[in-house]
Design a protein around this ligand. Structure first.
Ligand code: FAD
Length: 375
């Protein structure tokens, strides 16, 4: 019997779902409200479990070829003093290792072989008594499907239709700036923090770095780009040079809110929320892409292994929730630590920082339950 799956959204979660279903010979229709694939010019830090998920989805080689391995992290004060460093290559040894790559590289790698219906937006949906789901699109057309995977991001239309829950600002920061620029002189993942501000540079491609700047005490990050120059004026040269380059570039740096979704259930009948739609989390541990891909892999495993799709949502959520909640808890913990005043946080950092890193990532070195590759 052929059953129909609708995937809403062609971001990392939606594309991963289509690929993961394909590993089991299951087809789906992917709809994306954007008319074209928009060039995603920002970077993604992909810790080892994200790269492992990419490998499971058959998409790691392209990302590895275009990105840069993350082998060392340095945490510095705004004056440039090294508080502590972490051997990321050693920590993730025995796994796929960590990479930083352009977001677009990841989307391209996941898109290969996946067909996406662009300019198709889901407007609403309704569960039917026979178990199917009736979906209404923004152009007024309708469809009836056997299962819906809502991968439609932090402002999910599907989530709003089923159980409205507004995203909230992340504990760490309400907004952030991001851009890619010529390498101003860093050779590894480097973060500078002070007085409620964080600036991060990560090599993302040969000769280029990905920059992330935000408040770190729950404060706002002003939407005027001159904020960048003012807020980091007394930070070391790689930071000020990166900002000067970004402000002089034809394309302005990218400002966006940093929002979180914490909701009590990720499934409603035969509709399941995945990725940011279910559990967008501040990028403290860079787990957004990893959790989205793992969600997809596990969901496809469950769909492929179950005749009665009305049971898929609860089974899938039971497997996924502990791992995602671990990331959420680690995110909150680090956000609180970063929110301490420098006179307290900087002396604590050499001990607390490596400890928090290991506590956050150690459980993630193990593959998620039921995500074993299809032979
Ligand atoms: C400041 C910041 C920095 C980050 N840094 C990192 C990082 O370094 N590493 C990392 O792993 N993660 C990072 N993340 C998180 C990461 O980008 C996301 O978790 C990840 O991209 C998963 O996204 P998604 O596919 O769930 O949602 P999205 O990427 O938002 O995709 C949702 C898609 O659904 C489409 N859509 C929406 N509504 C509809 C509709 N009604 N009908 C049809 N289509 C629809 C949208 O157009 C979009 O294409 C960061 C996030 C932020 C905010």
């Amino acid at each position: 019997m052929s059953r129909t799956v609708l995937v809403v959204g062609a971001g990392i979660a939606g594309l991963s779902t289509a690929r993961a279903l394909g590993r089991h010979g299951l087809e789906c229709r992917v709809v994306e409200r954007r008319r074209h694939r928009s060039p995603a010019g920002l970077g993604l830090n992909l810790p080892g479990n994200a790269v492992a998920a990419l490998a499971t989805l058959g998409a790691a080689d392209d990302v590895r070829a275009a990105g840069v391995p993350v082998t060392r992290r340095e945490y510095r004060t705004a004056g440039g003093r090294l508080m502590f460093a972490l051997d990321e290559a050693l920590f993730w040894s025995g796994t796929a290792g960590s990479i930083c790559a352009r977001h677009q590289v990841v989307l391209d790698a996941l898109t290969a072989g996946v067909s996406v219906d662009h300019a198709v937006a889901v407007a609403s949906l309704e569960q039917q008594a026979d178990g199917s789901v009736e979906v209404r699109f923004a152009d007024g057309s309708e469809d009836r499907v056997d299962f819906v995977v809502a991968a439609d991001g932090v402002h999910s239309t599907v989530r709003s239709a089923l159980a409205p829950a507004a995203p909230r600002p992340s504990l760490m920061t309400a907004a952030s700036w991001r851009f890619i620029t010529a390498d101003p002189g860093v050779d590894c993942w480097t973060a500078w923090t002070s007085r409620g501000r964080t600036f991060l540079l990560i090599p993302v491609a040969p000769g280029e770095v990905y920059a992330y700047a935000s408040s770190s005490q729950g404060g706002d990050t002003a939407a005027d780009p001159t904020w960048l120059a003012d807020a980091y004026a007394d930070f070391p040269e790689p930071v000020t040079r990166a900002i000067a380059q970004a402000l002089a570039a034809p394309a302005p740096p990218y400002h966006a809110p940093v929002e979180e979704v914490r909701i009590p259930t990720w499934h409603h009948g035969r509709v399941t929320l995945v990725g940011d739609a279910a559990h967008a989390t501040g990028p403290v541990w860079a787990q957004g892409a990893a959790m989205a891909m793992e969600d997809a892999i596990v969901l496809a495993d469950v769909l492929a292994g179950t005749e009665d799709w009305s049971t898929v949502g609860p089974v899938w959520e039971q497997v996924r929730r502990p791992r995602v909640e671990h990331v959420q808890a680690a995110t909150d913990q680090m956000s609180r630590l970063a929110g301490l005043p420098p006179w307290l946080s900087h002396p604590l950092a050499p001990v607390m920082g490596p400890r928090a890193y290991r506590a956050a990532y150690r459980p993630l070195r193990t593959p998620p339950p039921s995500a074993t590759p299809t032979p």
